[in-house]
Ligand binder design. Structure first.
Ligand code: SAM
Ligand code: SF4
Length: 339
């Protein structure tokens, strides 16, 4: 059986799964204060349905599954899902993106269930500011979660930091310095102004990633291939959008992520929404419904064809398409798409 190769020759090996659209935080750049109207419970895929799609996708060459959301750790049955994924022979990398609030309690269970590593979102090291950005979070809980993740070997731990002018722009250096003592990859992310986040203060909040990179270079950082351990021994499955640097003597590395970089040429991913739609591209409004056929009793080969179809619908460059038609395209917040 041939793997998933799209119309532009890209091999699709990575599936990002949004396991819920619910979240226990309300980050200012992601969700409105009142939250987003939750999807009906019956619309959200069951744990076994996620696992079935992943199993069929693995037969097509998907080797890496990332669980995200919303907040994946508020999804009931998340440990069962991790376990089911870990039993799929072709999937050898299972990771999760989490806000870290519940991570301390979950870390060892996640590890035992088969999770390989975590990305933890952390935008500030100041407790009061953390509360302001997340509207209800507790920084200490996240720091405990990071420690627990490191202790149980959910590594390499990556930290995702969205940089916002006038909010946490002044903490870039402090966050980068975390890599001196910890073997973490701190990744700075340029704010993406999705319309649906209810936070429409405009471009003045965007800090270009080039500006962050220049600041890090001034600290003496030098380029490295990747956050090494991530690609080592894992056949480089995550062909991610981050370039990496290291501070002299640092244990960890620093990454830079911007939607505006030319990242589409290496894109190897499909996204599955919590309600069972496959999205070929983060930035396009195309989706392929898997839930309806799943629930109508479709055989594996029907689901397989739909996964192939989603791969075949990947645009050459979602960013270019969006730039050409700025009012079109997918403008759901990342909490719905599965960031
Ligand atoms: N709740 C989990 C978390 O926060 O890690 C997973 C879902 S969240 C949508 C995934 C990532 O998307 C987080 O690292 C978050 O910082 C990032 N994100 C959300 N909205 C964003 C935006 N408008 N621009 C850039 N990154 C964003
Ligand atoms: Fe929730 Fe993550 Fe969005 Fe923050 S970024 S509101 S933690 S989904």
């Amino acid at each position: 059986m041939t793997g998933l190769i799209d119309a532009f020759g890209r091999e699709i090996t990575y599936l990002r799964v949004s396991v819920t659209d619910k979240c226990n935080l309300r980050c200012i750049y992601c969700m409105p204060e009142e939250g987003v109207p939750p999807k009906s419970h019956s619309d959200i895929l069951r744990i076994e349905e996620f696992a079935r799609i992943a199993r069929i996708a693995s037969q097509l060459g998907i080797t890496h599954v990332r669980l995200t959301g919303g907040e994946p750790l508020v999804r009931k049955g998340i440990l069962t899902l991790v376990h089911l994924l870990s039993e799929i022979p072709g999937i050898y990398d299972i990771s999760m993106t989490t806000n870290g609030m519940l991570l301390a309690g979950f870390a060892s269970h996640l590890r035992k269930s088969g999770l390989n590593r975590v990305n933890v979102s952390l935008d500030t090291l100041k407790p009061e500011r953390f509360k302001e950005i997340t509207r209800c979070g507790d920084l200490d809980q996240v720091l405990d979660g990071l420690k627990a993740a490191e202790d149980v070997g959910l590594s390499p731990v990556r930290i995702n930091t969205v940089v916002l002018n006038g909010v946490n722009r002044d903490e870039v250096k402090d966050l980068a310095m975390l890599t001196l003592d910890h073997p973490w990859a701190v990744r700075f992310i340029e704010f993406m102004p999705f319309w649906d986040n209810g936070w429409r203060f405009g471009d003045s909040y965007v800090t270009p990633i080039s500006e962050i990179r220049e600041e890090i270079v001034l600290l003496g950082a030098y380029p490295v291939e990747s956050d090494e351990k991530c690609s080592e021994g894992k056949k480089g499955t995550e062909s991610g959008p981050a370039g990496y640097m290291k501070l002299p003597g640092a244990r960890g590395s620093i990454g830079f992520i911007s939607m505006k970089d030319h990242i589409c040429s290496g894109c190897n991913r499909l996204r599955l929404t919590a309600d069972g739609f496959l999205l070929p591209c983060l930035l396009s409004d195309i989706s392929v419904d898997l839930r309806t056929p799943l629930r109508e009793g479709a055989a594996d080969d029907v689901i397989e064809e739909l996964i192939r179809k989603a791969a075949s619908l990947k645009p050459e460059s979602g960013y270019a398409a969006k730039a050409m038609a700025s009012s079109a395209g997918n403008n759901l917040s990342l909490s719905k798409i599965g960031g």
